[in-house]
Design a protein around this ligand. Sequence first.
Ligand code: GLN
Length: 191
Amino acid sequence: MKVGVLALQGAFREHREVLDALGVETVEVRTPAQLGALDALVLPGGESTTMSQLLDSSGVRAPLAERLADGFPVLGTCAGMILLAREVVDGRPDQQSFGVIDLAVRRNAYGRQRDSFEADLAVDGLRGGRFPGVFIRAPRIESVGERVEVLASHEDVPVLARQGAVVVASFHPELSGDLRLHEWFLTEGER
Ligand code: GLN
């Protein structure tokens, strides 16, 4: 199995470290060609507006959209979730998302960098049941469509969700030193 981490900007190294620790072959994706042989992809946290621009200038947007339309397994965390959502509230007018999960998300809704927090989350289907969620200037899921399965919530707001092969988290599983969420994405999470 070969897993890509979109490495245009943001916390891609941390995702890579988790995947390396799980013994998975990992590719940092910066060009369309690097998408070719992948079985799954991670879109990291960072800055969705910048990543949106870089998706265009790198030429990665169109081939990635094509793969996503074919049911390519993808995990989007934080800014990565914004890039996968159907609707972005408080986005910059020029930022574009792939719209492959039926969610409306509000950028930066959990406040500024200094309002970052950690929360102990109950996660459906995860080995051990609970997961430490690290929230950094996180987007908030404001509505979910019928086909979206909510896997974890924090204060009644969904924070981990899935629609088919698309999994999104408003928090940063790559920063908690816990490999189980990535492991789940690569095994049970995969369809
Ligand atoms: N605020 C960022 C954005 O809009 C997301 C924050 C993050 O990924 N830590 O892209």
